[in-house]
Design a protein around this ligand. Structure first.
Ligand code: UD1
Ligand code: CA
Length: 480
């Protein structure tokens, strides 16, 4: 049987180099917090318990973790003061039950490019080796601010030296520490109790466990991972932007491979979690975020902002659509310039045209609202036509109320439906009607005032203003 595995993800630091008030792991990459990416990779190795160490903005970081893995039991350990990665690991280890004697994987929360497959290979390596402590290193000609892996004359790992504490010769070492460690819980408990803070930053470095292992003459080794890019830690806004570009490139490449056309990959901003069917075309300047699902044969013309949307097959989003937490069924036409807010549900074959805003609106199959409408808190049947300027009056200053409209209705232009109100099936609403009361099936409803006329009124109107500075000349020509 395999030894049990626990994992600790360190995410308590502020990340001074970000120059931000926000905790580093909360900064977003691909539309999600940095932490979400790292955490998913770690969770894929199925550790129990899975612990995150929080400190700066502890509640927000913990919430972000739970949002990322809603079905995973996550334990949060609070590191009261950020005394270094070693101290953070100690805080995390306190959550691991005292009788747990399996392996503990420790990683930093700021490694969003990390792959689950690589972690699995590393765990496999550790378990088939005689190492008491293993960590992942990569070869990198310019190790920048990463810790350097110092080896002795026999090539055995001796220590990890932080760039800040390294001399010139050590700085030239081309092997760096990625920040992922694996060791038995018992070794970690005793080693972490031993680490000191005598370094340039007066911090407790987790990396010191390597020297401790050496002193105890137990096996410690670095597993050299093949792909350097996976272990890049985000430390500054510049690195974040570079990584964003890298991540987008990866996502776009994968999408194109599976049959999605990106007219301009440079301006397609699609989160890693998004799924898109084949023969879908995405125009320039499109952002698709969260767990969105786009069907096959969809056309998104361009300039769209979509978050957590599901779009059926063959739907067509014209220029300028914003949609959030929406369901758009098959064969819909949306936009140009439409705003579909949370809770919009288009059953299919719908047309939502320009300057239409929808919110908490269930719209039946084949129903259309082609121009200038607000449909909020509405339940609308099938094959109904909502004319230009139809408005649900849903808010009384205190509460929101529901408008119900049946099947096959013709709702005329410039109609207001004052909710709560129900309009039956096959109803005709004359244009300009203010619907105040429920309307029964098959009814024609109108609230027209009789039309009044004053023939010749315009001439007398202008005569009355003959001395006005804006008075019209004899020709009647005046352009404002
Ligand atoms: C660390 C390693 C370095 C390695 C690099 C890889 C140490 C001392 N150094 O340096 O060898 O090459 O990562 O990216 O470990 N954190 C806490 N509490 C703290 C301090 C940090 O939870 O008190 C968390 C941070 O939130 C972050 C992670 O630990 O997610 C790493 O901290 P960071 O300051 O980024 O370490 P580096 O200087 O990058
Ligand atoms: Ca880092």
């Amino acid at each position: 049987m395999e030894a049990p595995l626990a994992a600790i993800v360190l995410a308590a630091g502020l990340g001074t180099r970000m120059r931000s008030r926000r905790a580093k792991v909360l900064h977003e990459l691909g539309g999600e917090p940095i932490l979400a990416h790292t955490l998913r990779a770690v969770a894929a190795t199925e550790p129990h318990p899975l612990i995150i160490v929080v400190g700066h903005q502890a509640e927000e970081v913990e919430a972000a973790a739970r949002r990322t893995l809603p079905h995973y039991e996550i334990y949060a350990a609070l590191q009261h003061r950020q005394l270094g990665t070693g101290d953070a690991a100690r805080s995390g280890l306190q959550i691991v039950p005292a009788d747990f004697s399996g392996d503990v994987l420790i990683g930093y929360g700021d490694m969003p490019m990390l792959n689950a497959a690589t972690l699995r290979d590393f765990i496999e390596y550790h378990r088939t080796s005689t190492d008491v402590l293993s960590f992942i290193s990569v070869k990198m000609p310019d190790g920048a601010s990463y810790g350097r892996v110092v080896r002795d004359e026999h090539g055995r790992v001796e220590a990890i030296v932080e760039a800040r504490d390294a001399g010139l010769q050590q700085l030239s070492i081309a092997e760096i520490n990625t920040g992922i460690y694996l060791a038995g819980a018992d070794f970690l408990r005793s080693a972490l109790a031993e680490i000191q803070s005598n370094n340039t930053q007066s911090e407790y470095y987790l990396t010191e466990i390597v020297e401790i292992a050496r002193r105890r003459r137990v096996n410690v080794n670095a597993w050299i991972a093949p792909d350097t890019a996976e272990f890049a830690g985000v430390n500054s806004r510049e690195e974040l932007a570079q990584m964003e570009a890298q991540l987008r490139e990866q996502v776009n490449r994968r999408l194109m491979k599976t049959g999605v056309t990106l007219l301009d990959p440079a301006t397609a901003y699609i989160s890693p979690e998004v799924e898109i069917g084949n023969d879908t075309t995405i125009g320039p300047n499109v952002q698709i975020m969260g767990k969105s699902r786009i069907g096959a044969g969809v056309l998104i013309e361009g300039t769209a902002w979509l978050r957590e949307v599901t779009i059926g097959d063959r739907s067509h989003l014209k220029l300028g659509v914003r949609a959030e937490q929406c369901f758009i069924g098959d064969d819909c036409e949306v936009g140009p310039f439409a705003n579909l807010r949370e809770g919009t549900h288009l059953e299919g074959h719908n047309r939502i045209g320009n300057f239409v805003e929808t919110k908490k609106a269930t719209i039946g199959r084949g129903t259309k609202a082609s121009h200038l409408s607000y449909l909020g808190d509405a339940i609308i049947g099938v094959e109904t036509n909502l004319g230009c300027g139809v408005i649900t009056v849903n808010y009384d200053g205190y509460d929101k109320h529901v408008t119900r409209i049946g099947d096959r209705c013709m709702v005329g232009c410039d109609t207001q439906l004052v909710a709560p109100v129900t309009v039956g099936d096959d109803v005709y609403v004359a244009s300009g009607t203010t619907v105040l009361r429920d309307v029964a099936h098959g009814t024609l409803v109108m609230s027209h005032h009789p039309q009044r006329e004053k023939p010749g009124w315009t001439v007398t109107w202008h005569q009355r203003h003959a001395n006005h500075p804006k008075a019209r000349g004899q020709t009647g020509d005046s352009s404002e």
